[in-house]
Design a protein around this ligand. Structure first.
Ligand code: NAG
Ligand code: NAG
Ligand code: NAG
Ligand code: NAG
Ligand code: NAG
Ligand code: NAG
Ligand code: NAG
Ligand code: NAG
Ligand code: NAG
Length: 815
């Protein structure tokens, strides 16, 4: 009984304590809250206080929704300056500034000082819309959290520019789920040309949500959200901002940019429902900024992006275009020259995401007819459209120069008109040629306007030029000239220059023998070291392979792929110039009695992981699907820090979007690394590279070559040997004896297991590279391996030859 009374009294005090400590929504001068205490907005929606994000133990002052799950932080004060423990204090100091103090009363964060006079009636208040502000009286606001967004855009928050206060409000992602510090991604309004909303990764565009057309953003299909949210976009001389409100007040709806750069619209329709993701931007490939290069339109066909030149435009590099290298874009089939009389007309496109407006001009009062006339008048104008599509359309938006980052939507997007020479228009759509008829009637007003436009355009172009010059990728001297027009975008070196760099291909400079010829070390006049692969006197077939390699690798960029710096093509000589990797190749180390001691386990496991990442990129993350087809230790080069780089793309093949297998009658590759389905039937797929990767793993661990492996106990090759040891439950006996001291047996065990999974007989049993990586990291359960392919070492049919044999045969034949 007494116990119960004590308990009740205790509960009473506890609850009254909680109530008093949480029912406050504001702080007066000299008042503070400490970690553990919070302010709650008057209707209980938002709360401000200290929290720890994710798995971090650091403390931050933040604002969150009080009743949502999962817990949703919408704003963080000290995002760059975390508190190490729970000794933080939030205080409104006597100068009218909000400060966060740490345990020793040092300020770790403060609100910006206002230049307005402050008196003791100032209070800090958390409003029911999530805005935390400092104010005097009813509406004299000195500072507000809404002016300093973090990763979340709440209803009523303004995103954009205020010319009066000089503020540019934009949203920045967290660094990670555990760290609210500023990450790589931001959502901003770009006010060059016609204002547009963009997601940037550091300082480059990642995804353009687009310009505002009165109803929405042209790159943001919002039909599904229309009933739930109302958008507003204000742009005038003083202000440019975007704001939204939620129509149904029972729904909570916010925008957030995640630490991986996805813009998400999140909603909670009731307390119980949990969080619903209603929109994720920047997810499909067509959202990638300028995915298709200039003057080309991206279209999602199922899950596969496809780029098409605008009508009247042709790919800049047709061969690359055919291989789905789209980023170089398209250019006009017939170039119109400023000054000639052939000013042409316009072709209409519908349901489009309008091109990048950063090089556009707009006029709110012109109508579409005036817009067209003024565009025709200016030979640099390449397209126009309405600025606002409400009420039948109004305003004028014009583009100059290349049209970048367009996509085709269905049931969304906007009409716009591209300009084409009359001759081209007549071919495409005879009826569309009406621009010429208006040609003579253009009045003085339009002339004046276009003069204005031309002035601006000149400025824009000058700026663009300057930027392009600035970004020129190679700062080589006169030793090379860029291949003009029709070829790949790669520096071309003069042969004489390479002769000098390699000391006339002296034997001292020779690094080794590649698939198609020797490789030399060279030193350019600026001291940069390069590796030169010489493919002299090659057959037609060799030439194809050479071209293949150049085209393929020129566009690939990954830290685990060797980098092509340039090439040289003169009559008899075909040279590839690569970055120089001082530590040669993997076979140089692991198969050598003394050098293999230098490669300790941590390095070998790092090499395995690096090769895996490089392969994953080829298979999955580059724009093309690339099958290397000749993965082997001598094609894995090592840089100064022993990081692996995959090289030699002479035999690589690309696959289109959903193609997963191909067949060839000409089997090339290297004995010992080829999977059975390829060696016997000529079938290759990503799983053939996985097989070769499995062989690599086992070679790296054992220090033995698969080809030519011998063991006194049996006549199996390395795969068979590894398999036998595995089935006899003694897999660790595979380990290179030089590795025994440094290796961690659980890691080696896992690697052997993964290696065996990769070399399984059936391609469908082998994991793909993304699973392989997860398995290597121990993030995925490993199934039991089945019998490997070609484990007897004699499985290879006579008919199959190695690439170097084939090469020497054709070379002889050519002589
Ligand atoms: C706040 O504290 C300072 C010093 O502790 C004091 O001088 C000042 O009068 C206080 N202001 C108010 C409004 O209480
Ligand atoms: C926190 O740690 C747990 C277990 O280590 C992990 O499963 C979870 O994903 C982590 N959460 C975050 C946000 O990092
Ligand atoms: C926080 O750390 C400081 C010094 O590191 C210590 O003096 C203080 O007691 C700690 N406070 C809490 C609440 O742990
Ligand atoms: C408070 O911040 C100061 C300055 O950053 C630092 O030197 C001090 O150790 C911090 N105190 C605590 C308890 O974190
Ligand atoms: C911090 O300031 C408060 C109030 O001004 C004071 O009571 C406290 O002793 C100070 N703490 C330290 C570590 O100086
Ligand atoms: C609290 O106030 C906000 C803003 O006025 C309103 O949108 C919201 O529906 C209110 N929430 C509750 C629980 O009353
Ligand atoms: C901002 O305002 C100033 C004058 O108030 C004006 O000169 C300037 O052009 C404005 N800038 C923009 C971007 O509107
Ligand atoms: C591109 O592919 C098409 C059809 O596959 C073919 O007709 C055309 O000749 C190819 N162009 C080039 C430059 O390879
Ligand atoms: C927009 O066009 C109208 C007439 O069409 C012109 O009077 C006005 O000056 C133009 N505005 C700008 C900003 O160029």
């Amino acid at each position: 009984m007494i116990d119960n009374i004590i308990m009740l009294v205790f509960l009473f005090f506890l609850s009254s304590h909680i109530r008093t400590s949480t029912s406050v929504n504001s702080l007066a001068v000299n008042q503070s809250i400490r970690d553990g205490q919070t302010l709650v907005s008057s209707n209980g929606t938002f709360e401000v206080g200290f929290f720890s994000p994710g798995n971090s133990s650091s403390r931050y002052l933040g604002i969150w929704y009080r009743n949502l799950s999962p817990s949703t932080i919408v704003w963080v004060a000290n995002r760059e300056t975390p508190l190490r423990n729970k000794s933080g204090i939030l205080k409104l100091n006597e100068n009218g500034v909000l400060v966060v103090l740490n345990g020793t009363n040092n300020t770790v964060w403060s609100s910006k000082m206002s230049n307005k006079a402050v008196d003791s009636s100032i209070i800090a208040q958390l409003l029911d819309n999530g805005n935390f502000l400092l104010k005097i009286g009813q509406d004299d606001i000195l500072w507000q959290s809404f002016d300093y967004p973090c990763d979340t855009l709440l209803p009523a928050m303004k995103l954009g520019w205020d010319n009066a206060t000089g503020l540019n409000r934009f949203v920045t992602s967290w660094k990670s789920e555990d760290d609210p510090a500023k990450g790589e991604y931001s959502v901003k309004i770009d006010i060059r040309g016609c204002p547009q909303l963009v997601i940037m990764q550091r300082s480059v565009n990642k995804f353009r949500i687009g310009s505002w057309n009165g109803l929405g953003f042209t790159g943001y299909p919002i039909q599904q959200l229309k009933q739930k949210q109302r958008y507003k976009f204000v742009f005038n001389a003083k202000k440019v901002y975007h704001q939204y409100e939620v129509v149904d007040s029972s729904v909570v709806s916010i925008y957030m940019i995640s630490s991986s750069g996805n813009l998400q619209a999140l909603a909670w329709t009731s307390k119980q429902s949990g969080r619903i993701v209603i929109y994720t931007g920047g997810e499909d490939s067509c959202d990638n900024y300028a995915m298709c290069g200039a003057n080309s339109v991206c279209n999602m066909d199922g899950n596969i992006p496809k780029c098409e030149c605008l009508k009247g435009y042709v790919p800049k590099f047709p061969e690359q275009w055919n291989m789905s290298y789209w980023s170089n874009g398209c250019f006009p089939r017939i170039k119109s020259v400023c000054g000639d009389d052939n000013i042409g007309g316009f072709l209409k496109y519908t349901e489009m995401k309008l091109p990048d407006t950063s090089a556009s001009l707009y006029n709110k009062t012109m109508n579409l007819v005036e817009c067209q006339k003024s565009c025709l008048k200016n030979c640099l104008c390449t397209a126009y459209s309405n600025l606002d599509i409400r009420k039948g359309g109004s305003g004028c938006l014009q583009w100059f120069g290349d049209l970048v980052d367009m996509r085709k939507f269905s049931q969304w997007g906007q009409e716009f008109y591209i300009r084409l020479p009359s001759s081209v228009l007549a071919e495409i759509e005879p009826a569309a040629v009406n621009g010429n008829q208006n040609k003579k009637k253009i009045g003085i007003i339009v002339g004046v306007i276009s003069f204005g436009f031309i002035l601006c355009v000149c400025l824009i172009i000058l700026r663009k030029r300057a930027r392009i010059y600035h970004l020129a990728p190679f700062k080589w001297k006169q030793e090379f000239f860029r291949l003009t027009k029709e070829d790949m975008d790669l520096p071309i070196f003069e042969f004489s220059f390479i002769v000098k760099a390699t000391n006339n291909f002296s034997s001292e400079n020779k690094l080794g023998e590649g698939g198609f010829g020797p490789v030399y070390k060279g030193t350019l006049t600026d001291g940069k070291e390069v590796a030169v692969k010489r493919n002299s006197k090659m057959s037609d077939q060799g030439l194809d392979e050479f071209k293949n390699e150049v085209l393929l690798i020129a566009k690939l960029q990954h830290r685990n792929l060797v980098k092509l710096l340039g090439c040289c093509m003169e009559v008899e000589e075909k040279l590839l110039i690569y970055e120089y990797l001082p530590n040669r190749s993997l076979d140089y180390f692991i198969f050598d009695e003394t050098r293999s001691k230098l490669l300790v386990w941590s390095q070998r496991s790092n090499i395995i992981a690096g090769i895996a990442r490089g392969l994953l990129y080829l298979h999955q993350d580059s724009r093309l699907r690339i099958i290397h087809r000749d993965l082997k230790t001598s094609n894995i080069l090592l840089d100064f820090h022993m990081n692996p780089k995959i090289s030699d793309f002479g035999l690589a093949r690309t696959f289109g979007g959903d193609q997963i297998e191909a067949k060839t009658t000409r089997m090339v590759g290297t004995y010992g690394y080829m999977p059975p389905e390829y060696a016997v039937h000529g079938h290759y797929s990503m799983k053939s590279d996985v097989f070769s990767f499995g062989v690599l793993i086992l070679e790296i661990i054992s220090g033995k070559k698969n080809k030519g492996f011998s063991d006194p106990e049996h006549s199996l090759n390395l795969l068979g040997h590894a398999w036998t040891l595995w089935t006899e439950n003694r897999p660790l006996e595979l380990i290179d004896k030089h590795l025994l001291e440094t290796c961690i047996s659980s890691e080696v065990f896992r690697c052997i297991h993964v290696g065996l999974l990769c070399v399984q007989q059936k391609p469908t049993d082998r994991p793909d590279m993304s699973s392989t990586i997860l398995m290597l990291n121990g993030e995925k359960l490993l199934p039991h391996p089945k019998v490997p392919g070609f484990y007897t070492g004699r499985g290879l049919p006579e008919a199959v030859s190695t690439s170097s044999n084939q090469m020497s045969i054709t070379t002889f034949a050519a002589r």
